[in-house]
Design a protein around this ligand. Structure first.
Ligand code: FAD
Length: 218
């Protein structure tokens, strides 16, 4: 929605459009924007007194953005048939049981989990730790977990206290959603997996053995 509307607003208001904002600071005489480009590999700063800013999902608390008043609404008729783009239907996104951007602990599964049935192992670990379940994109693409669980560039940016990555390689698109978490624990059989570049604790073990051991010890 933002991708569709922001450029139109920018042109109409004659304002710059700043995309993928992970930070916006008041600099006194304007604002300083931090944008994540190239899948989070590069942070770019830009400043403007006014701009249309598109924010990264999960980068800002929705509650902090709420104001006490209500906005005034002006209804504008756009005239049927005046545009080559026609409204057909509104497809509501699937309702999420859990908002993973608000979770304290996340147990995240990647393709290393192997099969849909084995997600139960991670789910049990999450329940034991009072955590919520998250995942990498292939898990959503395979239909094993809903999109609302996906962390990363085309998913959500999360900020739990602890992020446990099970069988996740650590592709840049995934790291974009979680690399700033203060405690990252990674389990991956491949010692060269890039997830270990951002992890604070790492285990080069089979994730099923680790889940079983943690389960037995608690
Ligand atoms: C435009 C674009 C947007 C994208 N957006 C996202 C996004 O939002 N989020 C996202 O996650 N990805 C995203 N991707 C995909 C991304 O590039 C990677 O393909 C994806 O993150 C890989 O997921 P993975 O780590 O689960 O799988 P893999 O890369 O296949 O890694 C699986 C890992 O599991 C390990 N493993 C295997 N078996 C075991 C075991 N038994 N125990 C322990 N470890 C094991 C392997 O060593 C391997 O490192 C995007 C890609 C593009 C192009």
């Amino acid at each position: 929605m933002g991708m569709d509307i922001a450029p139109v607003l920018g042109v109409s208001l004659y304002l710059p459009v700043i995309s993928y904002c992970s930070g916006i600071e008041n600099s006194g005489d304007g604002y300083e924007f931090t944008s994540q480009l190239y899948g989070g590999k590069m942070d770019v700063k830009s400043s403007a007194t006014k701009a249309v800013a598109m924010v990264l999902a999960g980068s800002f608390s929705a509650d902090e953005g709420k104001s006490g008043g209500s906005a005034s609404v002006e209804e504008v008729s756009v005239g049927a048939g005046s545009s080559r783009i026609q409204f057909k239907e509104l497809i509501e996104p699937e309702a999420a049981d859990v908002d993973i951007t608000q979770s304290d602990i996340l147990v995240a599964v990647g393709r290393g989990i192997g099969s849909k049935d084995d997600i139960e192992v991670a789910q049990e670990l999450a329940e034991t730790l009072n955590a919520d379940l998250a995942c990498s994109r292939p898990i959503v693409d395979a239909g094993w977990l809903p999109k609302s669980c996906q962390v990363g560039k085309s998913g959500l940016k999360v900020n739990p206290k602890v992020y446990i990555a099970l069988g996740i390689s650590g592709a840049p698109e995934h790291l974009e959603g979680m690399k700033d978490v203060s405690t990252i624990i990674a389990v991956n059989t491949d010692k060269n997996a890039p997830i270990f570049d951002v992890a604070h604790y790492g285990m080069t073990d089979d994730l099923f053995d680790i889940c079983e051991e943690i389960g037995d010890s608690l």
